[in-house]
Structures are given as structure tokens and as C-alpha cells.
Design a protein around this ligand. Structure first.
Ligand SMILES: [Zn+2]
Ligand SMILES: [Zn+2]
Length: 88
């Protein structure tokens, strides 16, 4: 069975990464500075490995591609922009 993206977000490797990004961004949304409520880690780019025909695992991105956003900034961002996919 293929693991879905949603399930991957409970992977301990992702939880570790997420904790690190949240700490780096002082547990605040980098756009509006909100620190209460639900915070999401957003990928600024998705990387697709051509050779393996698969996306890079969410926890294998460099920290610079990840940012902390509150739910509303995150939703607004996804509504306005499409996350660019880089083929590697
Ligand atoms: Zn925000
Ligand atoms: Zn996102």
C-alpha cells in the first residue's frame, strides 16, 4: 500500500523536522507573526526526483525551503500561488 502524503506528516522524521523549523521561526507565522492557533510548515518548492519518479520525502528538504505559517496565511498562499516543482 502506498503511504499518502497525509500519513507521512505523522512520520517521526517529519515531526522532528517540523519541531526544528518551528523553533527557528520562534513558533510564529513568518508572514503575520501570529503565534497562537494552528501553525503549518509550508514547502516553498517541491522537488521531484526524475530518476525515481517520486517527490522528495517532506523531511528531506533543506530548512531554507520550509517556513512556518498560520493556517490563514497558508491557505491564502496556496490559493494565490502554486508551489513550484523543481525536477532534480
Ligand atoms: Zn499568518
Ligand atoms: Zn503549503
Amino acid at each position: 500500500m502506498k503511504v499518502t502524503y497525509g500519513e507521512k506528516l505523522f512520520d517521526p522524521r517529519w515531526l522532528e523536522k517540523k519541531k526544528r523549523i518551528l523553533a527557528r521561526d520562534n513558533n510564529r507565522c513568518v508572514i503575520c507573526g501570529k503565534s497562537n492557533g494552528k501553525l503549518c510548515i509550508h514547502h516553498k518548492q517541491y522537488h521531484f526526483i526524475k530518476r525515481l519518479e517520486t517527490h522528495v520525502e517532506p523531511w528531506n528538504y533543506e530548512d531554507k525551503y520550509l517556513v512556518t505559517l498560520c493556517e490563514s496565511c497558508h491557505n491564502r498562499g496556496h490559493y494565490r500561488y502554486q508551489v513550484p516543482i523543481k525536477y532534480i
